[in-house]
Design a protein around this ligand. Structure first.
Ligand code: GLC
Length: 423
């Protein structure tokens, strides 16, 4: 007995010593399936122990942490999740995955994602999932208040949200709100505000010709309209909400509409969710431009240049972004794949029937101005979300905030402003 114990202790000790530990930094809601993928990889690679390091939920907070890791050239993190807007900012700290065999598999992914992750000819990250802003709406409540379909315009959304909110409050649901979204001063607000502005014909902050376009009447009107939601159809606290906190209000049954990303679909339909089976997805509403806009989001996996195990880490990345891994995540957690064939996979479509209906929304999502601003994108975005936040919190008027923003963007980027008719 004692002998067996000693032998097994010895065996475990030796095994543990031999294993190569690969640390993967992942944020928030992506953690459960990332853990599962790590387990799968570990099972088939006895010499490797893939571990998940939990990062903050907010993209802005994660980037700041990574920048500190990189500054210290820390080997603590081997693999990191990379927001679609970061490749230009952190490319220098990441390995070229083409040197580790990624070249052969990139053709399976959407070209736009691969292009986004290729910086000066180096593939610095493999696409893991793609995101597009969507409107979540309560089918039961729309029916109850006599609406046949979700709102097509922001004005319609305002009207419907206000009416449903009034009706529900009258039934003693004091905490009920019409519309929740992400209004905190962080990257998520850049996405929300870009959607309001672009769908109102107000452009993309900076255009592809490196002209600053943000100070225009359509953009001003869109931000002004959104500021009017705070404290009326949206709680005052919306200016502090991020994805997960807005989802919690929605998933506790306290909102008629929510703007969020696809991941919230599966969570809302979880066995213990009070809104299970009571909601659906639609494109976000259109503004005066007549078309709807979804911000393009998504995350990639990359290997840090400071990792001590780059080759194994690259192999883990290839596994975690593979067809089977993306299929698992699409089915278990409703993350949108970046592998084209998965949008035609029968088992995926069975649980994600909206892939067909919303395919165009996913494909035509509007990119934030990362390509033209490259390493300066995070500064540009921070100036933008702070300006919008000051309007939402009543500290400034939309006209003033966007006017000053234009000047600040000029000094950060050195770009010219556009002529009034170009956006
Ligand atoms: C989602 C998107 C990401 C975006 C972030 C903002 O995670 O995928 O691209 O930057 O939301 O909060």
């Amino acid at each position: 007995m004692i002998f067996v114990f000693v032998v097994s202790l010895f065996a475990t000790g030796v095994m543990a010593e031999e294993k190569t530990i690969i640390k993967v930094a992942i944020g928030g809601s992506a953690i459960p399936s990332a853990k599962k993928l790590a387990e799968m990889y570990n099972e088939s690679h006895p010499g490797v122990d893939v571990q998940i390091l939990e990062m903050p939920d907010s993209s802005t907070d994660s980037l700041n942490l990574y920048l500190q890791f990189f500054e210290a050239k820390s080997s603590e993190v081997d693999i990191l999740v990379v927001d679609v807007v970061w490749p230009g900012i952190i490319a220098d700290h990441l390995v070229d995955l083409n040197k580790y065999g990624a070249e052969e598999i990139v053709k399976d992914h959407f070209e736009a994602n691969i292009n986004n992750n290729t910086v000066e000819g180096r593939l610095v990250a493999m696409p893991w999932y793609t995101d597009a802003g969507l409107l979540f709406y309560r089918t039961d409540l729309l029916k109850k208040y006599g609406y046949n379909e979700p709102p097509k315009t922001w004005d319609e959304l305002e009207g419907m949200a206000a009416r449903i909110q009034k009706g529900e409050r009258a039934e003693r649901k004091e905490d009920f709100w019409g519309y929740v979204w992400q209004g905190n001063a962080y990257e998520g607000l850049t996405c929300n505000a870009l959607e309001w502005i672009y769908s109102n014909g107000g452009g993309t902050i900076i255009n592809n010709d490196k002209e600053i376009t943000i100070y225009n009447p359509e953009a001003v009107a869109a931000v002004k309209q959104a500021a009017g939601w705070v404290g009326s159809i949206s709680p005052e606290s919306v200016t502090g909400l991020i994805e997960e906190s807005s989802r919690h209000i929605w998933q506790s049954g306290n909102a008629a509409f929510m703007r969020n990303w696809p991941y919230a679909y599966q969570l809302g339909n979880a066995a213990d969710s009070v809104i299970k089976g009571k909601f659906d997805l639609a494109p976000l509403p259109a503004g005066d431009s007549g078309f709807a806009a979804a911000a393009l989001g998504g995350w990639q996996l990359a290997v840090s240049k400071y990792s001590k195990h780059k080759k194994i880490a690259a192999d883990v990345v290839k596994f975690m972004t593979s067809y089977d891994a993306q299929k698992y995540r699409a089915i278990e957690e409703s993350y949108n794949p970046t592998i084209k064939a998965l949008y035609k996979d029968k088992e995926v479509l069975e649980v994600r029937p909206y892939y067909n209906r919303l395919y165009d929304v996913f494909m035509s999502a509007v990119a934030r101005p990362t390509t033209v601003t490259s390493t300066k994108y995070n500064e540009v975005s921070a100036l933008f979300f702070r300006a919008v936040h000051s309007v939402l919190t009543g500290k400034d008027s939309a006209d003033n905030a966007l006017g000053y923003l234009q000047l600040d963007l000029q000094s950060v980027t050195g770009f010219e402003t556009s002529s009034p008719e170009t956006k």
